[in-house]
Design a protein around this ligand. Structure first.
Ligand code: CA
Length: 219
């Protein structure tokens, strides 16, 4: 599974998108201008790019051929009222567009929709006897609902999406807590303990001593 790239020059919007997409449990990367985006696209495959039209350096339209050539799904971010931009973006091969300012729930649903349609994300995540639905944030075990706190949920999604891979503590903090520097390091261990208990997964969530955690199974 490849990361999602957010290309947006306005820092508050970039951070908002990052926050809204966090429940997906996917690796998120950001670029603040077209040149930085183009460089990232040269070196890395992305499952989806959220692309702002108006960017310093190289604009969104100019980046499109590079994305279309590599077969990367694109969602355009356009300003309210810029109908011509939307049409142009779709004609150039974008998979969808979002009008700013956007509703967080709509953004998440559209991103899920494009990932699903392009076969780059599974709607329902499964591991052992647990099923997780990332958009509605529901968890069931053997068909019975399991109640998880928001961070426990995010942590579970992250572990399942990276099954069989040891996730470094720093990576888990970054993806679940968004890199909040003041987060107590015990918070992660505490949430892992609760997950193990609630799901009876004491054996399934492995501790990599001094490194991090891993959900057992094939990647
Ligand atoms: Ca912009």
């Amino acid at each position: 599974m490849n990361p999602i790239l957010i290309v947006e020059d306005e820092q508050p919007i970039r951070e908002l998108i990052r926050l809204v997409l966090k429940p997906l449990g996917r690796q998120l990367e950001t670029a603040a201008d077209g040149i930085a985006a183009s460089r990232l696209l040269d070196g890395q495959v992305y499952d989806l790019v959220l692309l702002d039209v108006m960017l310093p350096g190289i604009d969104g339209f100019t980046l499109m051929p590079q994305l279309v050539d590599s077969g990367t799904p694109v969602i355009f971010l356009t300003a309210k009222g810029a109908v011509a931009d939307r049409v142009r973006g779709l004609r150039m091969g974008a998979d969808d567009y979002i009008v700013k300012p956007f509703e967080p729930a709509e953004l998440l649903a559209r991103v899920e929709g494009v990932l699903r349609r392009t076969g780059r994300g599974s709607h329902i995540l499964r591991a052992f006897d647990v099923e997780v639905e990332p958009v509605s944030r529901t968890v069931t075990q053997n068909g019975r609902p399991v109640s998880l706190a928001p961070r426990e949920f995010d942590l579970l999604v992250c572990l399942i999406r990276n099954r069989g891979i040891v996730l470094h503590r720093d990576v888990l903090y970054e993806r679940v807590w968004g890199g909040e520097s003041e987060t107590d390091t015990r918070v992660l261990d505490l949430n892992i303990q609760r997950l193990r208990k609630k799901l009876h997964w004491a054996d399934h969530i492995k501790t990599a001593y001094r490194i991090g955690y891993m959900l057992e199974g094939a990647p």
